[in-house]
Design a protein around this ligand. Structure first.
Ligand SMILES: [Zn+2]
Length: 442
């Protein structure tokens, strides 16, 4: 039962488990337990060269638990084994690899409470000065993009679930800011070199270099890379080359001429494939992500599916690792797109198939079982007003299971939908339409 509560709290981003090699029992971080130590919500300032900050604004109002949830998910996703984060009220610091510290905090600027994220390149204290190039001072673009990717996903999901209709805006601090006034510049894509500021302009090439997602390799870095920071380093050289090369020619990722043989190590179809995974992943958020998890229940380990940090990109990378999908075999992706009735996803996949002349082969693919296909279709037809009754039938609590998807996840992971009779009973509870899809619709 403890495991169940833990997994629920993880699902809602209220706590996360400490990653540790030592076998001394499980340790959890629960940020909402932290009480204010000081009334300090000043923006974090760091040496300009080594640090870069992004600010997210939820219409000036930052819901109380939002900071805690995002920070908890951040720790879960980025923590290294046996590295302790520094936790205080509305302020979290975490070393995410050997070279970067990330600070998350609430900053009050111009009377607005903003979510501030600062990426700091850590310094070596006892190194000979002069042996370092200026490049060593900026955070690595691969890390910046990874952090930005995380923020975009999490903040988007939370603002949809919690504060409906609130538009999340991203800001950077304008260069005109001083101790008396702060001017925030709205940014969306980091695809510009300068931003206007009254009669002057601000040079933002640095932000463009650090955050622009022009190349695909970095964007598709999955959680598994967090566990092996060395793989990021290995990739870095190739993709940073491609960044400077591509940036001048075009801004659209899909049209990027990645086939250039001078890159040597980069394989075209692999790039396109990563591109496809990334684009598909961004379509599966919120309830669609739950649908995706349900679809892939037989393909991915339960321990992964239950994690709150388990994004669509992570799932797709898992499928790739297990070779259920490969650059030349994406049947499973198409199946999932069809089941979820997501036209955008089908279009992306068809486009990929045509561009890359992917052979039409079923070999080696583990597809979605007919039962699971029908289950996913049926759940999409489920009337949420009936959720209460279904949950009550199983003697569970509504608060912990906000959608039918979570209920099914609970039932399946507790092996309560294995028998035909259990499935039939569940189908009845779903109502006639869903029942029909599940059992009579052939
Ligand atoms: Zn300005």
């Amino acid at each position: 039962m403890i495991d169940f509560f833990v997994s629920l709290m993880q699902t809602f981003g209220l706590m996360c488990e400490k990653r540790s090699k030592e076998n001394v029992g499980r340790t959890f971080y629960v940020l909402s337990r932290l009480k204010p130590l000081r009334d300090d919500t000043e923006a974090v300032e760091y040496e300009e060269k080594r640090a870069v900050s992004l600010f997210h604004d939820f219409d000036g109002y930052l819901p109380d638990d939002l900071f805690q949830r995002v920070a908890t998910k951040f720790i879960e996703e980025f923590q290294m084994e046996d590295v302790e984060p520094t936790l205080s009220y509305e302020h979290v610091e975490l070393n995410i690899d050997g070279h970067h510290l990330v600070i998350l905090n609430v900053a009050t600027i111009n009377n607005r409470r903003l979510f501030q994220t600062t990426i700091v390149r850590t310094t070596l204290m006892n190194t000979e000065s002069g042996s370092r190039s200026p490049e060593d001072d900026d955070p690595q673009p691969s890390i910046c993009k990874k952090v930005l990717n995380f923020l975009e996903k999490e903040l988007q999901v939370l603002s949809q679930n919690g504060a409906r209709g609130v538009e999340v805006k991203m800001y950077i601090r304008c260069a005109c800011s001083n101790s008396e006034h702060t001017h925030m510049q709205v940014v969306r894509k980091f695809d510009k070199d300068v931003l206007p500021c009254r009669s002057r302009r601000m040079d933002v090439k640095r932000y463009r270099k650090l955050f622009n997602k022009i190349e695909v390799e970095q964007a598709s870095i999955s959680k598994s890379d967090t566990d092996q920071p060395s793989s990021i380093k290995k990739r870095k050289t190739a993709s940073e080359n491609s960044l400077s090369k591509v940036q001048r020619t075009t801004d659209t990722r899909t049209a990027a001429p990645l086939a250039t043989s001078s890159l040597g190590t980069v394989n075209t179809s692999q790039e396109q494939f990563n591109n496809l995974k990334y684009d598909l992943g961004s379509l599966y958020i919120g309830e669609r992500l739950l649908l995706l998890k349900c679809c892939l229940f037989e393909h991915v380990d339960l321990q992964h599916l239950g994690k709150s940090s388990c994004t669509a990109n992570y799932l797709l990378n898992q499928l790739h690792e297990r070779r259920y999908i490969t650059p030349t075999n994406i049947r499973l992706l198409l199946e999932v797109a069809e089941i979820s009735q997501l036209k955008d996803a089908e279009d992306l996949i068809n486009q990929y198939v045509v561009t890359n002349k992917v052979p039409n082969t079923d070999e080696g693919t583990k597809s979605v079982s007919p039962y699971r296909k029908r289950l996913c279709m049926a759940l999409q037809q489920f009337d949420p007003h009936k959720l209460n009754d279904v949950i009550a039938y199983y003697g569970l609590n509504l608060l912990s299971l906000p959608t039918i998807w979570e209920l099914v996840f609970y039932l399946e992971s507790n092996r309560k939908l294995l028998e035909e009779s259990e499935r039939k009973r569940f189908a009845e509870l779903l109502g006639p339409i869903a029942e029909n899809i599940l059992f009579n619709d052939e």
